[in-house]
Design a protein around this ligand. Structure first.
Ligand code: ATP
Ligand code: MG
Length: 395
């Protein structure tokens, strides 16, 4: 379909990449179209002509509108600007509505009716045939027909050819990606790329982990063997311990027997000792009695000692006196002894003299007898000188 535009010439409406085409439009209070107006049916090539302000561009806006293009991309900032209004009073009126119905002829000649309405509240309402649907369902249906709303690949807008021709390769690529819909996949692609990077990172990590695990496995194997050995040794140790404890039990039992025998002996000896102890106790009691008697005696003795001491103290001066007397007597005895010795010496001398005198006496006696014999012969009497008489008497 082609429309002669007053400003720049032709525009084309492509009926999608799958071979369908727009059959007709039914607009109601849309922009300059007052009330319900049917535009079409269109044939394979249709030109729309008219003077400036006739509504050619409004028709294109109607197609864009019903195919979901946002109001900002249409010539009108708000949806309500798209509703027919003759003057400002009309614009201010409330509850105004507008709609565009697009009858799409599919390759199998089946007709689909897309409807977009501006509600009284100022929102958009979508219908496929007569069923009200959400924007997502509506858009999905259009997409299934090859109409990409975002790429606006269903219309060649005024100036599009010129702008495309002046695009650089990068911009052209972007446009082609937009038209082909591949930019729709960009986010998914980027996400998948990111996922891939993450997966690669994860894989590297997993590989690293695997290596670590292999190493750990080796270590664990060694550790396991060691643990098994340890367990075996522990088992052996257990057996040995059991044996050891049994041996200990055996020796303990032996010891117990021995100790019990000793205990019997000890008990016997204890009994003896206890008996001895009892008798000792008796003795002890007796001894204690004795002791108490002795203690009494001691007390009495102590008392008497004290008494005696007192007496002794009293006697002390007398004792001193006596001691003095004794010393005096001793010195006297000493002097007496000396005298006795002297006397003894004298005695000895006297005895010697006595013996001499006795011998002298004997001599004298003999002499006397001799003289007597001689005297008898003469007068019968002995005449002694005076000194001889004295000696005689002395002896
Ligand atoms: P040209 O040849 O100059 O491009 P055209 O045929 O494309 O003109 P359009 O732009 O389709 O003309 O129509 C413009 C006309 O639509 C204007 O007269 C304008 O007043 C009218 N118009 C736009 N919006 C509304 C509206 N909401 N209510 C009533 N009329 C409207
Ligand atoms: Mg125009």
């Amino acid at each position: 379909m082609a429309a002669a535009d007053g400003r720049s010439g032709d525009f084309r409406v492509r009926g999608g990449s799958v071979g369908g085409r727009i059959d007709r439009l039914v607009v109601e209070n849309f922009k300059s179209y007052k009330g319900e107006q049917t535009i079409g049916p269109f044939v394979d090539f249709t030109a729309i002509i008219g003077p400036n302000g006739a509504g050619k561009s409004n028709l294109m806006d109607a197609i864009s509108f019903v195919l979901g293009v946002r109001s900002t991309h249409l010539r009108g900032a708000q949806l309500k600007d798209l509703i027919y209004a003759l003057d400002d009073r009309d614009k201010e009126a409330k509850g105004r509505k507008a709609s565009v119905r697009l009858f799409y002829c599919q390759p199998n000649q089946e007709e689909l009716c897309f409807t977009r309405s501006i509600t009284g509240a100022g929102g958009s309402e979508y219908r496929i045939d007569r069923n009200q649907v959400t924007w997502d369902v509506y858009n999905a249906k259009l997409r299934s027909l090859g109409i990409l709303v975002k790429a606006r690949n269903f219309l060649v807008f005024q100036g599009d050819v010129e702008s495309i021709a002046s695009k650089n390769p990068k911009e052209l690529t972007a446009l082609l990606e937009q038209i082909s819909g591949s930019d729709e996949l960009r986010r998914e692609y980027d996400e998948l790329e990111e996922q891939k990077a993450r997966a690669e990172e994860k894989s590297a990590l997993v590989y690293q982990e695997k290596r670590t695990i292999v190493m750990e496995r080796k270590q664990k194997k060694v550790q396991k063997e060691e643990a098994e050995k340890h367990l075996r040794l522990q088992q052996d140790l257990k057996l040995l311990k059991t044996e050891h404890y049994l041996w200990q039990l055996y020796t303990i039992e032996k010891d117990i027997e021995k100790i019990e025998a000793e205990l019997v002996e000890d008990r016997e000896s204890l009994q003896q000792v206890q008996e001895e102890n009892r008798s000792s106790d008796y003795e002890l009691t007796a001894k204690k009695k004795e002791q108490s008697a002795f203690l009494k005696k001691i007390t009495l003795s102590e008392k008497s000692i004290t008494k005696k001491k007192l007496e002794l103290d009293k006697k002390q001066p007398e004792l001193l006196k006596l001691k003095e007397q004794i010393s005096r007597l001793k010195s006297k005895i000493k002097s007496c002894k000396k005298e006795i010795d002297k006397k003894k010496d004298d005695h000895k001398k006297h005895l010697g003299e006595l013996r001499r005198l006795q011998s002298d006496l004997v001599e004298v006696t003999e002499a006397i007898e001799e003289l007597n014999e001689q005297g008898q012969d003469t007068s019968g009497k002995l005449l002694l000188a005076d000194d001889q008489l004295q000696e005689y008497h002395r002896m």
